[in-house]
Design a binder for this molecule. Sequence first.
Ligand SMILES: Cc1cc2nc3c(=O)[nH]c(=O)nc-3n(C[C@H](O)[C@H](O)[C@H](O)COP(=O)(O)O)c2cc1C
Length: 296
Amino acid sequence: MFTTFNPDELTLPIVHNLMLTSVAPRPIAFVSSIDESGNINLAPFSQFNVFSTNPPVVAFSASVSGRTGETKDTYKNAKATGELTVNIVTYDMTYQMSYASSEFPPEVNEFQKAGFTPIPSDLVKPPRVGESPVSFECKVLQIIDFGDKGGAGKMILAQVHRIHTLTAILDENGKLDPLKIQQVGRCGNSFYVKLQPELLFPIAQPQANIGIGIDELPDYIRHSTVLTGNNLGQLTLNQNFPSEDEIKSFKNSESYRYLSQFSGTEQTGQVHRAAQDMLHSGNHRLALICLFSFIS
Ligand SMILES: Cc1cc2nc3c(=O)[nH]c(=O)nc-3n(C[C@H](O)[C@H](O)[C@H](O)COP(=O)(O)O)c2cc1C
């Protein structure tokens, strides 16, 4: 059963909840900017992502406040001076970052208020955040304005002209190591997620050679009551069906002999659980061979 909502008939807090709890976790841009008088500003924005890598472009949205109807200082600064830094937020920065989101008057420098270290940027006037593992120096490309009502986004697209990373989070090939950054993400309500290495898992990327489609798998596999959607997805990592030799060789194995003791639906359950264990240990080829060995 699903509950369906029409945003046109809902209040802003309800739409806010539905949108921002659904689209989560969101990365956080900790944005520094500067006004025409030189006042420095720092604020977090989780309606944020990367939209191009050639040229490198990030975008975030500084919405009109649903509470006060005011536009954000970051938006005014981006429009007036066109320069920003976008800094990545780690768990160690979270509580200070949250404090920096308080509604301070424009002349208050949140670097000072929230205890962050300003590091002069190479190309733009706003300083970057010394505590961030990665900082982008950006120039505003375009601002897309979704209106002036509370909650209306003002989407700031900015081109990245310098990228500063902590050397310690680069791997031996000079690439950023996803296990070492440990960003925090914003979830619904007041929840955050701390990106720890044990929460990350790799999936081999589909390559030019497309794997076997789930629609090509025999019903015996596709309609399994044991194999999950993820298991069927793991089987698609195979680019071809098992050969006769592969099946013949599996039929000489201890696993095959063990599974052959069973019959009927009991055997199906045992075979599918064995294939599931193989998938769990990353052996998608063996899992497919095992499954095909029991198709008569
Ligand atoms: C983690 C986090 C994410 C936020 N994301 C957004 C956002 O995407 N858009 C927005 O308008 N405000 C967001 N806010 C609230 C702003 O940070 C807050 O309104 C801040 O006072 C704006 O500062 P400024 O007026 O100096 O630009 C977020 C706050 C936090 C703590």
